[in-house]
Design a binder for this molecule. Structure first.
Ligand code: ADP
Length: 284
């Protein structure tokens, strides 16, 4: 990634707008350099299950023995603390660095931990948001990780752009979440184009809320259209990772603060999600 160039920094020789930015870039390099794979979870719009996928991807990867971190940078809707029973948790800071919470071996940091009141809306102007994004990517004591799963804000605006650009120093790739309807697919097309423009490799498209499996008879009802995610992946020439059905146990697990993979491994959603995790584990 090439940073905006204002002057040569006397410390690192690279170009940064200020000395402070230079030091942050150095810390970021050190922090991100200890992480093998960064997986950015993107979606064209909110409400398609991006955070649910990020949480379960992180816990699924960790259950295979991988060292995993989960970073929630969804500035306007940080829902991961609720999904993990961490809502209202304070931010631990040691020597000026954020110390992640740890749950079942997954290290977790959310922008929500920055907010003094858990019900407060995030009303930050661009520079403030940028400062928080920079800090979350430079100042966390993740240590050595195999995977850092990053829950990005939806869409293709400034925030996901900054996050993807700041992460792009090392091995980073995207998992794009969609639902089967054409309106969602249109937005996801933009997300795939965003990845192409940033030269961000796409691990694959995942179709969430794909059909409803009746808990009584097992029959699948396609409430929305079928196959939208697969078509999008084909069009963009990227892998299709699979379909996760609409499953009431996903919402229940989410409200209880447990990843659905842990809450009920026999659920339709968990059965569909395990192969997705395995595909990602196989692509080293
Ligand atoms: P996003 O991050 O895209 O805004 P979330 O992951 O917060 O979306 O999910 C939105 C809501 O949809 C949550 O209440 C979540 O529990 C629910 N949900 C997500 N995926 C499924 C699914 N496959 N089946 C049932 N409910 C789901």
């Amino acid at each position: 990634m090439s940073e905006e160039c204002n002057h040569d920094c006397e410390h690192c020789g690279k170009h940064h707008a200020s000395e402070e930015e230079c030091r942050a870039a150095e810390r970021r390099e050190a922090v991100l350099g200890a992480i093998k794979h960064k997986l950015v979870v993107l979606s064209g719009k909110g409400g398609v299950g991006k955070s649910t996928v990020a949480v379960n991807l992180a816990f699924g990867l960790a259950s295979s023995g991988a060292k995993v971190g989960l970073l929630d940078v969804d500035l306007h809707g940080p829902s991961i603390p609720t999904m993990l029973g961490l809502k209202g948790s304070a931010l631990d800071v040691e020597d000026g660095l954020i110390v992640p919470h740890e749950l079942s071996g997954v290290k977790v940091v959310s922008v929500d931990f920055f907010l003094p009141d858990p019900n407060q809306a995030v009303i930050w102007r661009g520079p403030m948001k940028n400062a928080v994004i920079q800090q979350l990517l430079s100042d966390v004591t993740w240590g050595e990780l195999d995977y850092l799963v990053v829950d990005c804000p939806p869409g293709t605006g400034d925030e996901p752009l900054s996050i993807c650009q700041l992460l792009q120093d090392g091995d980073v790739s995207a998992v794009v979440v969609t639902t089967p309807q054409e309106v969602a697919a249109a937005d996801v097309r933009k997300s795939l184009d965003f990845c192409e423009q940033l030269k961000l490799p796409v691990r694959g498209v995942l179709e969430n809320m794909s059909g409803f499996v009746c808990p009584h008879c097992g029959k699948v009802t396609y409430i929305f259209k079928q196959g939208g995610g697969e078509r999008l992946a084909e069009e963009a020439g990227v892998p299709f990772l699979g379909r996760i059905p609409i499953d009431p146990s996903v919402g229940e697990a989410c409200d209880e603060g447990t990843p659905f993979l842990q809450a009920n491994r026999d659920s339709a959603a968990a059965k569909a999600f395990v192969p997705v995790v395995n595909t990602i584990l196989q692509e080293k």
